[in-house]
Design a protein around this ligand. Structure first.
Ligand SMILES: O=C(O)CCC(=O)C1=CC=C[C@@H](O)[C@@H]1C(=O)O
Ligand SMILES: [Mg+2]
Length: 327
Protein backbone atom coordinates (compact mmCIF):
# COMPACT_ATOMS: atom_id res chain seq x y z
CA UNK A 1 0.00 0.00 0.00
CA UNK A 2 2.77 2.40 1.00
CA UNK A 3 4.16 2.52 -2.56
CA UNK A 4 1.19 4.50 -3.92
CA UNK A 5 1.24 8.29 -3.62
CA UNK A 6 -0.93 9.63 -0.88
CA UNK A 7 -2.66 12.99 -0.75
CA UNK A 8 -5.00 14.50 1.79
CA UNK A 9 -7.13 17.59 2.39
CA UNK A 10 -9.01 19.19 5.26
CA UNK A 11 -12.14 21.27 4.58
CA UNK A 12 -14.35 23.26 6.89
CA UNK A 13 -18.15 23.44 6.60
CA UNK A 14 -20.86 25.50 8.24
CA UNK A 15 -24.50 24.53 7.80
CA UNK A 16 -27.45 26.63 8.99
CA UNK A 17 -29.65 24.86 11.55
CA UNK A 18 -33.40 25.08 11.84
CA UNK A 19 -34.41 27.85 14.24
CA UNK A 20 -34.80 26.67 17.79
CA UNK A 21 -32.43 23.70 17.97
CA UNK A 22 -31.25 23.79 21.56
CA UNK A 23 -28.48 21.56 22.93
CA UNK A 24 -28.44 21.49 26.70
CA UNK A 25 -27.76 25.16 27.48
CA UNK A 26 -27.00 26.49 24.04
CA UNK A 27 -28.95 27.39 20.92
CA UNK A 28 -27.21 25.87 17.91
CA UNK A 29 -27.49 28.32 14.99
CA UNK A 30 -25.01 26.59 12.73
CA UNK A 31 -23.39 23.17 12.65
CA UNK A 32 -19.67 23.55 12.11
CA UNK A 33 -17.28 20.77 11.30
CA UNK A 34 -14.47 19.44 9.17
CA UNK A 35 -14.46 17.04 6.27
CA UNK A 36 -11.30 15.20 5.37
CA UNK A 37 -10.45 13.61 2.06
CA UNK A 38 -7.78 10.93 1.71
CA UNK A 39 -6.48 9.64 -1.60
CA UNK A 40 -4.08 6.80 -2.31
CA UNK A 41 -3.66 5.82 -5.93
CA UNK A 42 -7.17 5.18 -7.20
CA UNK A 43 -8.66 4.74 -3.76
CA UNK A 44 -10.21 7.51 -1.73
CA UNK A 45 -12.24 8.14 1.37
CA UNK A 46 -14.10 10.92 3.15
CA UNK A 47 -14.56 11.45 6.86
CA UNK A 48 -16.43 13.98 8.99
CA UNK A 49 -14.97 15.48 12.17
CA UNK A 50 -17.55 17.61 13.94
CA UNK A 51 -17.32 17.92 17.74
CA UNK A 52 -20.83 18.55 19.07
CA UNK A 53 -21.05 21.63 21.31
CA UNK A 54 -22.13 20.78 24.88
CA UNK A 55 -21.51 17.07 24.26
CA UNK A 56 -17.92 16.77 22.96
CA UNK A 57 -15.01 17.57 25.25
CA UNK A 58 -12.87 18.87 22.39
CA UNK A 59 -13.38 22.12 20.46
CA UNK A 60 -13.36 22.34 16.67
CA UNK A 61 -9.99 24.15 16.80
CA UNK A 62 -8.44 21.35 18.88
CA UNK A 63 -9.94 18.79 16.50
CA UNK A 64 -8.49 20.65 13.52
CA UNK A 65 -4.97 20.63 14.98
CA UNK A 66 -5.13 16.95 15.85
CA UNK A 67 -6.49 16.14 12.39
CA UNK A 68 -3.60 17.95 10.72
CA UNK A 69 -1.06 16.01 12.81
CA UNK A 70 -2.80 12.72 12.03
CA UNK A 71 -2.98 13.33 8.29
CA UNK A 72 0.64 14.50 8.06
CA UNK A 73 1.70 11.21 9.65
CA UNK A 74 -0.46 9.27 7.19
CA UNK A 75 1.06 11.11 4.23
CA UNK A 76 4.55 9.85 5.11
CA UNK A 77 3.29 6.31 5.40
CA UNK A 78 3.00 6.02 9.16
CA UNK A 79 0.27 3.97 10.75
CA UNK A 80 -1.94 6.49 12.45
CA UNK A 81 -2.58 5.73 16.09
CA UNK A 82 -6.22 6.63 16.87
CA UNK A 83 -6.43 10.22 18.10
CA UNK A 84 -7.39 10.77 21.71
CA UNK A 85 -10.07 13.16 20.50
CA UNK A 86 -13.13 11.02 19.72
CA UNK A 87 -14.43 13.14 16.83
CA UNK A 88 -11.00 13.03 15.15
CA UNK A 89 -10.57 9.30 15.71
CA UNK A 90 -14.02 8.69 14.25
CA UNK A 91 -13.60 10.88 11.15
CA UNK A 92 -10.12 9.61 10.29
CA UNK A 93 -11.11 5.97 10.79
CA UNK A 94 -14.15 6.45 8.53
CA UNK A 95 -12.07 8.00 5.76
CA UNK A 96 -9.56 5.13 6.02
CA UNK A 97 -12.39 2.57 6.10
CA UNK A 98 -13.81 4.02 2.87
CA UNK A 99 -10.39 4.11 1.27
CA UNK A 100 -9.58 0.50 2.14
CA UNK A 101 -13.09 -0.79 1.41
CA UNK A 102 -13.61 -1.88 5.02
CA UNK A 103 -16.86 0.08 5.37
CA UNK A 104 -19.53 -1.56 3.21
CA UNK A 105 -21.66 0.61 0.93
CA UNK A 106 -25.01 -0.84 1.94
CA UNK A 107 -26.82 1.33 4.45
CA UNK A 108 -29.73 1.11 6.88
CA UNK A 109 -31.75 4.23 6.14
CA UNK A 110 -34.52 3.30 8.56
CA UNK A 111 -34.67 5.76 11.40
CA UNK A 112 -36.59 6.03 14.61
CA UNK A 113 -38.45 9.32 13.98
CA UNK A 114 -37.94 12.01 16.60
CA UNK A 115 -41.42 12.94 17.72
CA UNK A 116 -42.67 15.96 19.61
CA UNK A 117 -45.59 14.17 21.24
CA UNK A 118 -48.42 14.95 18.79
CA UNK A 119 -50.15 11.58 18.16
CA UNK A 120 -51.63 12.67 14.79
CA UNK A 121 -48.26 13.74 13.47
CA UNK A 122 -46.68 10.52 14.73
CA UNK A 123 -49.46 8.42 13.24
CA UNK A 124 -48.78 9.92 9.80
CA UNK A 125 -45.02 9.41 10.17
CA UNK A 126 -45.36 5.81 11.28
CA UNK A 127 -47.76 4.89 8.51
CA UNK A 128 -45.08 5.97 6.05
CA UNK A 129 -42.50 3.69 7.69
CA UNK A 130 -42.02 0.13 6.51
CA UNK A 131 -41.57 -2.57 9.16
CA UNK A 132 -41.06 -1.97 12.85
CA UNK A 133 -42.80 1.11 14.28
CA UNK A 134 -40.31 2.72 16.61
CA UNK A 135 -40.22 6.41 17.49
CA UNK A 136 -38.12 8.48 19.84
CA UNK A 137 -39.50 11.11 22.24
CA UNK A 138 -37.45 13.52 24.33
CA UNK A 139 -38.63 13.71 27.92
CA UNK A 140 -37.39 15.68 30.91
CA UNK A 141 -37.72 19.09 29.26
CA UNK A 142 -41.09 19.92 30.84
CA UNK A 143 -43.02 18.52 33.80
CA UNK A 144 -42.42 14.80 34.36
CA UNK A 145 -46.16 14.28 34.79
CA UNK A 146 -46.83 15.83 31.38
CA UNK A 147 -44.20 13.53 29.82
CA UNK A 148 -45.91 10.54 31.42
CA UNK A 149 -49.27 11.55 29.98
CA UNK A 150 -47.86 12.16 26.48
CA UNK A 151 -46.19 8.73 26.45
CA UNK A 152 -49.37 7.10 27.71
CA UNK A 153 -51.49 8.81 25.03
CA UNK A 154 -49.10 7.77 22.25
CA UNK A 155 -48.98 4.14 23.38
CA UNK A 156 -52.74 4.02 23.75
CA UNK A 157 -53.43 5.63 20.36
CA UNK A 158 -50.96 3.52 18.35
CA UNK A 159 -51.06 -0.15 19.40
CA UNK A 160 -48.15 -1.16 17.14
CA UNK A 161 -45.90 1.58 18.44
CA UNK A 162 -42.74 1.03 20.46
CA UNK A 163 -41.07 4.03 22.02
CA UNK A 164 -37.54 5.04 22.78
CA UNK A 165 -37.43 7.83 25.34
CA UNK A 166 -34.53 10.05 26.32
CA UNK A 167 -34.33 12.05 29.55
CA UNK A 168 -30.64 13.02 29.31
CA UNK A 169 -30.21 12.52 33.08
CA UNK A 170 -32.62 15.30 33.92
CA UNK A 171 -34.74 13.63 36.63
CA UNK A 172 -34.36 13.00 40.32
CA UNK A 173 -35.62 9.56 41.28
CA UNK A 174 -38.82 11.17 42.61
CA UNK A 175 -39.48 12.95 39.28
CA UNK A 176 -38.75 9.78 37.32
CA UNK A 177 -41.25 7.95 39.51
CA UNK A 178 -43.90 10.60 38.90
CA UNK A 179 -43.34 10.10 35.15
CA UNK A 180 -43.77 6.33 35.49
CA UNK A 181 -46.95 6.69 37.52
CA UNK A 182 -48.78 8.06 34.48
CA UNK A 183 -47.76 5.26 32.12
CA UNK A 184 -50.22 2.38 32.22
CA UNK A 185 -48.27 -0.65 33.61
CA UNK A 186 -49.71 -2.82 30.81
CA UNK A 187 -47.90 -0.70 28.21
CA UNK A 188 -44.56 -0.28 29.91
CA UNK A 189 -42.96 -3.09 27.94
CA UNK A 190 -43.63 -1.08 24.77
CA UNK A 191 -41.08 1.40 25.99
CA UNK A 192 -38.10 -0.24 24.28
CA UNK A 193 -35.94 1.82 26.59
CA UNK A 194 -35.66 5.14 28.39
CA UNK A 195 -32.18 6.67 27.99
CA UNK A 196 -30.54 7.86 31.21
CA UNK A 197 -33.60 8.83 33.29
CA UNK A 198 -31.76 10.02 36.41
CA UNK A 199 -28.77 12.08 37.41
CA UNK A 200 -26.79 9.03 38.57
CA UNK A 201 -26.49 5.52 37.17
CA UNK A 202 -27.53 4.01 40.50
CA UNK A 203 -30.74 6.03 40.59
CA UNK A 204 -31.50 5.01 37.00
CA UNK A 205 -30.93 1.32 37.86
CA UNK A 206 -33.23 1.63 40.88
CA UNK A 207 -35.90 3.28 38.74
CA UNK A 208 -35.76 0.53 36.10
CA UNK A 209 -36.07 -2.23 38.67
CA UNK A 210 -38.90 -0.57 40.58
CA UNK A 211 -41.02 0.43 37.56
CA UNK A 212 -40.32 -2.32 35.01
CA UNK A 213 -39.40 0.38 32.46
CA UNK A 214 -36.21 -0.69 30.68
CA UNK A 215 -33.40 1.83 30.47
CA UNK A 216 -30.45 2.46 28.13
CA UNK A 217 -27.03 3.98 28.73
CA UNK A 218 -25.99 6.88 26.50
CA UNK A 219 -23.97 9.51 28.42
CA UNK A 220 -22.60 6.70 30.63
CA UNK A 221 -21.02 4.91 27.66
CA UNK A 222 -18.55 7.81 27.34
CA UNK A 223 -17.48 7.79 31.00
CA UNK A 224 -14.09 6.38 31.95
CA UNK A 225 -15.43 3.86 34.48
CA UNK A 226 -18.17 2.47 32.21
CA UNK A 227 -18.20 -1.27 31.56
CA UNK A 228 -20.62 -2.93 29.14
CA UNK A 229 -22.46 -5.60 31.08
CA UNK A 230 -25.85 -7.27 31.49
CA UNK A 231 -27.75 -5.69 34.38
CA UNK A 232 -31.36 -6.06 35.51
CA UNK A 233 -33.53 -3.45 33.77
CA UNK A 234 -30.89 -2.38 31.23
CA UNK A 235 -31.88 -3.06 27.60
CA UNK A 236 -29.46 -1.14 25.42
CA UNK A 237 -26.43 1.06 24.96
CA UNK A 238 -26.45 4.04 22.62
CA UNK A 239 -23.28 4.52 20.58
CA UNK A 240 -22.64 7.98 19.15
CA UNK A 241 -19.41 7.46 17.19
CA UNK A 242 -18.49 11.17 17.00
CA UNK A 243 -18.46 11.19 20.82
CA UNK A 244 -17.06 7.67 21.30
CA UNK A 245 -14.10 7.49 18.89
CA UNK A 246 -12.69 5.25 16.19
CA UNK A 247 -14.67 2.71 14.20
CA UNK A 248 -12.73 -0.06 15.91
CA UNK A 249 -13.75 1.30 19.35
CA UNK A 250 -17.39 1.43 18.17
CA UNK A 251 -17.12 -2.13 16.87
CA UNK A 252 -15.70 -3.29 20.17
CA UNK A 253 -18.61 -1.69 22.06
CA UNK A 254 -21.16 -3.29 19.72
CA UNK A 255 -19.56 -6.71 20.21
CA UNK A 256 -19.48 -6.32 23.98
CA UNK A 257 -23.12 -5.25 24.01
CA UNK A 258 -24.24 -8.18 21.88
CA UNK A 259 -22.26 -10.59 24.04
CA UNK A 260 -24.01 -9.22 27.12
CA UNK A 261 -27.42 -9.61 25.43
CA UNK A 262 -27.89 -5.85 25.09
CA UNK A 263 -29.12 -3.93 22.05
CA UNK A 264 -26.54 -1.55 20.57
CA UNK A 265 -28.03 1.52 18.88
CA UNK A 266 -25.84 3.52 16.48
CA UNK A 267 -26.93 7.11 16.90
CA UNK A 268 -26.32 10.58 15.52
CA UNK A 269 -24.35 13.44 17.03
CA UNK A 270 -26.06 15.75 14.52
CA UNK A 271 -23.56 15.15 11.74
CA UNK A 272 -24.11 16.52 8.21
CA UNK A 273 -25.69 14.18 5.67
CA UNK A 274 -22.17 13.00 4.78
CA UNK A 275 -21.54 11.71 8.29
CA UNK A 276 -25.15 10.55 8.74
CA UNK A 277 -25.08 8.38 5.61
CA UNK A 278 -21.83 6.85 6.88
CA UNK A 279 -23.55 6.13 10.20
CA UNK A 280 -26.37 4.43 8.27
CA UNK A 281 -23.73 2.24 6.61
CA UNK A 282 -22.06 1.52 9.95
CA UNK A 283 -25.45 0.58 11.41
CA UNK A 284 -26.22 -1.79 8.56
CA UNK A 285 -22.78 -3.36 8.95
CA UNK A 286 -22.55 -3.70 12.73
CA UNK A 287 -26.15 -3.67 14.03
CA UNK A 288 -28.31 -4.98 11.16
CA UNK A 289 -31.17 -6.01 13.45
CA UNK A 290 -31.55 -2.64 15.17
CA UNK A 291 -33.06 0.58 13.83
CA UNK A 292 -30.41 3.28 14.26
CA UNK A 293 -31.11 6.64 15.90
CA UNK A 294 -30.42 8.87 12.93
CA UNK A 295 -33.42 11.18 12.57
CA UNK A 296 -31.50 14.44 12.93
CA UNK A 297 -31.03 15.57 9.32
CA UNK A 298 -34.12 17.79 9.40
CA UNK A 299 -32.61 19.83 12.22
CA UNK A 300 -30.43 21.31 9.45
CA UNK A 301 -31.34 23.44 6.47
CA UNK A 302 -29.10 21.70 3.94
CA UNK A 303 -27.34 18.43 3.12
CA UNK A 304 -23.66 18.14 2.34
CA UNK A 305 -21.95 16.16 -0.46
CA UNK A 306 -24.04 13.00 -0.11
CA UNK A 307 -27.81 12.94 -0.04
CA UNK A 308 -30.00 11.03 2.38
CA UNK A 309 -32.59 9.11 0.31
CA UNK A 310 -35.81 11.07 -0.18
CA UNK A 311 -34.65 14.11 1.76
CA UNK A 312 -35.96 17.31 0.24
CA UNK A 313 -33.24 19.47 1.73
CA UNK A 314 -30.92 21.16 -0.81
CA UNK A 315 -27.67 19.27 -1.38
CA UNK A 316 -24.52 21.40 -1.19
CA UNK A 317 -21.35 20.29 -2.98
CA UNK A 318 -17.65 21.07 -2.53
CA UNK A 319 -18.35 24.76 -3.35
CA UNK A 320 -19.77 25.02 0.17
CA UNK A 321 -16.47 23.86 1.69
CA UNK A 322 -13.54 26.02 2.65
CA UNK A 323 -10.26 24.23 1.99
CA UNK A 324 -8.05 24.67 5.06
CA UNK A 325 -5.13 22.50 4.01
CA UNK A 326 -4.12 20.22 1.17
CA UNK A 327 -1.02 18.18 0.55
O1 LIG B 1 -30.70 9.02 19.21
C1 LIG B 1 -31.43 9.48 18.29
O2 LIG B 1 -32.42 8.85 17.87
C2 LIG B 1 -31.15 10.82 17.68
C3 LIG B 1 -30.03 11.57 18.29
C4 LIG B 1 -30.36 12.24 19.60
O3 LIG B 1 -31.43 12.04 20.13
C5 LIG B 1 -29.39 13.11 20.21
C6 LIG B 1 -28.25 13.46 19.52
C7 LIG B 1 -27.35 14.40 20.03
C8 LIG B 1 -27.62 15.06 21.19
C9 LIG B 1 -28.90 14.92 21.88
O4 LIG B 1 -29.71 16.00 21.55
C10 LIG B 1 -29.65 13.61 21.59
C11 LIG B 1 -29.36 12.58 22.68
O5 LIG B 1 -29.13 12.98 23.83
O6 LIG B 1 -29.36 11.37 22.46
MG1 LIG C 1 -29.45 10.27 24.62
Amino acid sequence: MGALTRSAAIYRYRLPMEAGVVLRNQRLKTRDGLLIHLQQGEQQGWGEIAPLPEFSQETLEQAQQATLIGLQAWLVGEDMAASELPSVAFGISCALAELTGLLPLRADYRKAPLCTGDPDELFAMLNALPGEKVAKVKVGLYEAVRDGMVVNVLLEALPELKLRLDANRSWTRAKADSFAKYVNPAWRDRIAFLEEPCKTRDESRGFAQATGIAIAWDESVREADFVVQAEPGVAAIVIKPTLVGSLSRCRELVEQAHQAGLTAVISSSIESSLGLTQLARIAHWLTPDTIPGLDTLDLMQAQLMRGWPESRLPLLNTDALECLWRS
